[in-house]
Design a binder for this molecule. Structure first.
Ligand code: SF4
Length: 157
């Protein structure tokens, strides 16, 4: 019996050449400009996570000691070993007042980088889904792909 032929020729030592690199849907950039509607800070079932230096920045802005700030505004999520801003009973971020962020200058990376989060950029479908909640998507200036990649890197630090 003749030796069976490999389905993929091995002469190139790899079949990577036949696996087309998936093109990112945002390769031509995405437009976005925050309208300050507050939707992303309200009635959310998510968390606003922050690290210690972000907590220290907000405490400084509010003229509070770090311990006062943590006690008043932060939950510690033991399972995730992470800090998270408290929410009001309706799900609004504790710092949302009159649809405005009260700590905007010192807002954590998670808020600063919205909507350019990895999970939102996984596919055009996901992005369109976020667009329904965020009226800033599809308006304003163009974020080139390189800038979007930099924002993603910023979140991995
Ligand atoms: S939902 Fe979008 S437009 Fe509204 S505040 Fe958040 S980022 Fe800005």
């Amino acid at each position: 019996m003749a030796p069976s032929q490999p389905i993929i020729p091995l002469y190139k030592n790899s079949y990577r050449h036949i696996v087309k690199k998936k093109k990112k849907f945002y390769r031509h950039g995405l437009t976005f400009e925050c309208t300050s509607c507050g939707n992303c800070c309200t009635k959310s079932d998510g968390f606003v996570n922050l690290d210690e230096s972000e907590a220290a920045n907000i405490a400084k802005l509010l003229n509070l000691s770090e311990s006062e700030f943590l006690e008043t505004y932060v939950d510690v999520l033991p399972e995730a070993k992470t800090l998270s801003l408290k929410s009001r009973s309706n799900g609004d971020c504790i710092f949302l007042k009159d649809e405005q962020c009260q700590v905007y200058q010192a807002r954590p990376t998670q808020c600063r980088t919205f909507p350019f989060w990895p999970e939102n950029l996984k596919s055009a479908y996901r992005w369109r889904h976020v667009e329904k909640e965020c009226p800033g998507i599809g308006t304003g200036r163009l974020y080139p792909a390189k800038e979007i990649e930099d924002i993603l890197k910023d979140q991995r630090k």
